[in-house]
Each structure stands twice: as structure tokens, then as C-alpha cells.
Design a protein around this ligand. Structure first.
Ligand code: HAS
Ligand code: CU
Length: 564
């Protein structure tokens, strides 16, 4: 294949914009909190993995962790909710500023967002640590937590909304200054994700305000678990794309530059993000295929739309791999597949993201299995599901975010990455550990092993599960090594000496192969996509919500998980 280098234009045509010391610190606070959450959350993970082989480390942690379920709740909330949300808001601040090459238009709004998120985090953490919120990260009623937990989580979401408004206002200001110019991809994509998140979180907001908070404060006696689940999954499914899209921003808009190439198609990249805006929300019932209170027709509609939300990821696989192939061939790579070897595998940031992408292909396969109504009935509530989400949120997303921090933390701190070799070892151990762990979890699920269960203590474990249970523990232990390597690299980088500006990694922003000015204007407009998104949500959820709210039955009093 010959590579034709067409003339390109940088996204704005303006000279680079250097982050001010305040901006570096402000973004850095988000990333610091995210990494602390990941550290605590991930160190708890192996406790669960080892429990599967009857190695009960919980007994030694009794004063801190009262039960397997308190550990599992902390693991899920810290990793899936806190690490992700704080990282995403910090990263989007950076992509907004660097993408638009201008400061935030209303920095006070963004500061208010961060403050509200931190207040919410503290309110969430206190009952979690006191074993007063052992309700897992999905907090399904009738499991009941302290009102502090619900109010705290609500504030974390509200804080992220406020930051989203800050990003939107900044993009609007840029557009006024640059009429007729296509919005730079990484900035636009971040704002699309923030908008999707604002629509998506309406479900959990209603759940919190009308049900869980009044219930935990004693204003109402009981809840309606079915309606609560519907509200929850209205938000819960798009939540996974809220996590994924920042990784996609990096794969589309940054990784090609790091690999020495260009973004293959600016138009396809934008199209994928707009598709996520319209089909991320109206698919939540694919988490409720087994729920008795939702009529089959609505499950079928959501299953169909789930196949729709599969498409932008297929599009992403195509475009990102094409961008990588372009980069590899420029570096002298040849052959149908052989070009892969020419990618910069010695760069830990690139390697982490490539390995994340490779495992995501398998995560996509298990996702499609979940989405198939009849196959779902086989795997639902089994170990298969955590097998699936450790390939998606715990690898595609988390390993990509880790890869991003390998240039971002040195950039923000004005340092050099400490021991790129150790960082490389971290990426590979994550990959190997996760292959072993998630494959074993998928197998266990197919054999009928339930999820959310300390299987080491279960009296019904058949012989044939044992090998897989052991592999879960081995995979979990390798992941523990990987997390420790990551924390060492981050700590040493953070504590390392300041280096000359030329030695500090740059923010990698890929040019597109074709000028973004050639991208059709309808791929740069919010209004039509927002209208379609709103209509689809109304159609896919409206009638069922009216029905379920009309038949609301507040008859489930609270259950305390602590008794386990
Ligand atoms: Fe999922 C359950 C369906 C994607 C997370 N999912 C979960 C849960 C979580 C989760 C946390 O339909 C459990 C919730 C709970 O606690 O109960 N999921 C899907 C489908 C997709 C999907 C259809 N999930 C994700 C992502 C997640 C995530 C992304 C987190 C970030 N999921 C389900 C369903 C359930 C479910 C049901 C309910 C199960 C049940 O019964 O409870 C799709 O979006 C997947 C599309 C993905 C692809 C792959 C494209 C590949 C790419 C890689 C390119 C390669 C590169 C590397 C860049 C089509 C883009 C190249 C490298 C070189 C070297 C060249
Ligand atoms: Cu889902």
C-alpha cells in the first residue's frame, strides 16, 4: 500500500497554547484524586480474587473491612465511579483547553464543579468506610445505605454537570471567536460526552431525589425496587460510554500522533461521537432482560437499539486501526499484519492503549452476547458479567487512562516519566493478568457460577469450577503486581526533579489526514443530534416510565447488607 500524504491543517491554525501553572494544578488535582481512588479500589480487588481460592485475607483486615461485601462495594465505587469521574473531568478540562487553544471561558464554573465533586466524594467515603453503605456500586434498593452516601454520590454527579457547563461555555466562546471553522475534534468530543452524561444522569437524579434520599432520611418507609432499577439503568448503561468516550478521544485524537501518524478520518471520528450521543441512553433495559416488571416488547426495542450502539464502536475499531496502520507504514512497517510490529511498542503510553484496544475487541464480543436477549438469560447475574466489564471498564478504559497518565502526569508536573521500562512492565502485567482473570470469569459464568458471591465460602461449588477459581486468583494477583508498579511509577514521577521544558512530554494532538474544514457542517452542530437524542429517549423510555410510575408500589422496606 502506498501512503499519500495530503496537505493538512492543524485543528485551529493558531499557535500552540501552553497551560498556565494554575491550569496544570487545577487539572492535576482531578488526576491526583482519581489515582488515589484507583489505588485504594484496586488494592481491594485481589482480596476478592483470592477469596475465590479460599484465601481469606479479609479476616486480617477485620478492623477496617467488615465483610466481603464492604470490600466489594469499595472496590466498585472507587474504581468504577470515583477513578473514572475525576479522571474524565480532569482530562476533559485538558482536551478543552488544549484542543481550543484558549483558557476556560468561565474558570469559576469549573472550580465550583470540582469543589462540589470533592464535597460529594467525602460524603460518600465516610459511610462507605464505616460500613454504613454496603450496597455495592449499583445501590439497588431494598439494600439501604446511610443518606450521606446517596447525597454524596448525587453531589459528585452534580459537580460533574457543573464542570460540563464550563466546557460547553468555553466551546461556545471559541465558536464565537472562530466562526465558520470546524470545532477541534478533541474539544468537541469532550463536550459531546459531557452533554450525553447530562441527559443520561437524569434517571439516577430522579431515583435519588424521589426515592432513595427521602427513604434513607425516613420521610418514606419503603421503595419500589423495579422502578428504582429502571431509573438506575436509564443512567447505568450510558455511564459505561461516559467512561469509554474519553478513551476514544485519546485513541482517535492523540494515539495516532504518539504512534507517528495522523487521524484517518475526522468525519468518521465525529460521526461515532454523535451516534453515541443519540443511542447511549435508550438501551438500559438490556440490563433488565430478567426483570419481571418490564414487558417483553420494551426489552426487544432496547435489544435492537443496543445493536445500534454497537456500530460506533465498530466504526472506531476501523478508524483507529486505520490511523495506526498509517502510522506504522510511515515508520517502515510492511505486510498485511506485519506493520503492527513497527508501532512504538517501547513507549509505555502507546503500549498501554494498544493492549487496552486489543482486549476491548473481546469485551465487545461478550457485550454482544449480553445484548442478545436469549443468551443473556444464560449469563445474567453470573461471573460472566464481571468477566465482561473487566475487559471493558477495567481494561479498555482504565488501562487507556493509565496510558494517558504516562504523558499527562509528567506534562502537568513538568517532570520526566520515571522508568518507562517499569511502566511498560505495568502495561503488560495488566494485559496478562486480565487475560487470565477475565477468561476464567467468563468460563465460570458459563458453568453457572453466580456473580457478587464469595465463592470460597459457598457450599455448592462443583469440582469443575476449581481450576477456573484458581485462575481468577492468579490473574488477580498479577493485576495486584501491575497496580503496585503503576503506583511506584506515578509516585517516583511526581517526586522526581523538574526537567527542562524540552524534556517534558507534550500533549499529543493528532492532525487529521484530510483537513477538518472538509468535514460536513452537520457533523459540527449540536442541535439536530440533541433533538434526535431527546426524541429517542422519549420514545424508548416514555411509555414504560409513565406505566411504571403510574403503578408505583412503595412496598419494599430496607435491607441491611451488613448481616452477611
Ligand atoms: Fe457492557 C453489562 C452490553 C460495552 C461495562 N457492561 C455491563 C456491566 C458493565 C459494563 C460495568 O446487553 C455490568 C453492569 C452490572 O453491574 O450489572 N456492553 C454491552 C455492549 C457493549 C458493551 C453491547 N460495557 C461496555 C463498555 C463498558 C461496559 C464499553 C464499560 C466501559 N453490557 C452489555 C449488556 C450488559 C452489560 C447487555 C448486561 C449484562 C447482564 O445481564 O447483567 C458494546 O458497546 C461493545 C462494543 C465494542 C466493540 C469492540 C470494538 C473494538 C475496538 C478496539 C479497537 C482496537 C484497537 C487496538 C484500537 C464493537 C474499538 C488496535 C491494536 C493494534 C495492535 C493494531
Ligand atoms: Cu449496558
Amino acid at each position: 500500500m502506498t501512503i499519500i500524504d495530503r496537505p493538512t491543517q492543524t485543528t485551529t491554525g493558531r499557535p500552540g497554547y501552553e497551560l498556565s501553572p494554575w491550569e496544570r494544578r487545577f487539572i492535576g488535582i482531578h488526576i491526583f484524586i482519581a489515582i488515589v481512588a484507583l489505588a485504594i479500589g484496586s488494592l481491594i480487588g485481589p482480596l476478592q480474587a483470592l477469596e475465590y481460592s479460599n484465601v481469606d485475607l479479609y479476616q486480617y483486615l477485620e478492623p477496617v473491612l467488615k465483610s466481603y461485601y464492604q470490600g466489594l462495594t469499595l472496590h466498585g465505587v472507587l474504581n468504577a465511579l470515583v477513578w473514572t469521574t475525576f479522571f474524565i473531568v480532569g482530562f476533559t478540562t485538558l482536551t478543552t483547553i488544549k484542543g481550543l487553544r484558549r483558557p476556560l471561558s468561565h474558570p469559576k464554573v469549573n472550580v465550583a464543579g470540582l469543589v462540589v465533586m470533592i464535597v460529594g466524594l467525602v460524603m460518600t467515603a465516610v459511610p462507605l468506610l464505616l460500613d454504613q453503605a454496603t450496597v455495592l456500586y449499583t445501590f439497588y434498593p431494598p439494600l439501604k445505605a446511610s443518606w450521606f452516601f446517596y447525597v454524596g454520590l448525587t453531589l459528585v454527579v452534580v459537580g460533574s454537570w457543573i464542570s460540563g457547563v464550563g466546557f460547553y461555555l468555553t466551546l461556545a466562546a471559541w465558536r464565537r471567536e472562530n466562526r465558520g471553522v470546524r470545532s477541534p475534534f478533541i474539544a468537541l468530543a469532550g463536550v459531546i460526552n459531557a452533554a450525553m452524561w447530562q441527559i443520561a444522569t437524569l434517571g439516577v437524579a430522579v431515583e435519588m431525589l424521589t426515592m432513595l434520599i427521602p427513604w434513607s432520611l425516613g420521610w418514606i418507609d419503603a421503595t419500589d425496587p423495579e422502578l428504582a432499577r429502571t431509573y438506575f439503568w436509564f443512567t447505568g448503561h450510558p455511564l459505561v460510554y461516559f467512561w469509554l468516550l474519553p478513551a476514544y478521544i485519546s485513541w482517535y485524537g492523540m494515539l495516532p500522533k504518539q504512534a507517528g501518524g495522523k487521524l484517518f478520518s475526522d468525519s468518521l471520528a465525529r460521526l461515532a461521537f454523535w451516534m453515541f450521543l443519540i443511542v447511549s441512553v435508550p438501551v438500559g433495559f438490556h440490563h433488565q432482560f430478567a426483570d419481571p416488571g418490564v414487558p417483553q416488547i420494551w426489552k426487544w426495542i432496547h435489544a435492537l437499539l443496543t445493536y445500534g450502539v454497537f456500530l460506533p464502536s465498530l466504526l472506531t475499531a476501523f478508524t483507529v486501526i486505520a490511523s495506526l496502520e498509517y502510522a506504522a507504514r510511515r515508520r517502515g512497517g510492511t505486510g498485511l499484519i506485519g506493520w503492527v510490529r513497527a508501532l512504538p511498542w517501547n513507549d509505555p503510553s502507546v503500549t498501554a492503549q494498544l493492549l487496552a484496544g486489543i482486549l476491548f475487541m473481546f469485551g465487545g464480543v461478550s457485550g454482544l452476547t449480553n445484548a442478545s436477549y436469549n443468551l443473556n438469560l444464560v449469563v445474567h447475574n453470573t461471573a460472566w458479567v464481571p468477566g465482561h466489564f473487566h475487559l471493558t471498564v477495567a481494561t479498555a478504559v482504565t488501562l487507556s487512562f493509565i496510558g494517558i497518565t504516562y504523558w499527562m502526569v509528567p506534562h502537568l508536573a513538568g517532570k520526566r516519566l520515571w522508568s518507562p521500562k517499569m511502566a511498560l512492565a505495568q502495561a503488560w502485567t495488566w494485559f496478562v493478568g486480565m487475560v487470565i482473570f477475565s477468561n476464567a470469569m467468563h468460563m465460570l459464568g458459563l458453568l453457572g457460577a453466580p456473580r457478587r458471591t464469595p465463592l470460597g465460602e459457598a457450599p455448592y461449588v462443583p469440582e469443575e469450577w476449581n481450576g477456573h477459581l484458581l485462575r481468577v486468583s492468579i490473574g488477580g494477583t498479577i493485576l495486584l503486581v501491575s497496580v503496585i508498579l503503576y503506583l511506584i511509577v506515578m509516585w517516583k514521577t511526581f517526586r522526581g526533579p523538574k526537567v527542562a521544558a524540552a524534556d517534558v512530554p507534550e500533549v499529543p494532538i493528532a492532525e487529521a489526514l484530510r483537513s477538518p474544514q472538509l468535514t460536513p457542517v452537520w457533523l459540527d452542530r449540536f442541535k439536530p443530534w440533541l433533538i434526535v437524542a431527546g426524541l429517542l429517549v422519549l420514545l424508548a423510555y416514555g411509555p414504560q416510565l409513565v406505566d411504571q410510575i403510574g403503578n408505583m408500589n412503595l412496598n419494599a422496606p430496607g435491607v441491611d447488607f451488613k448481616i452477611w
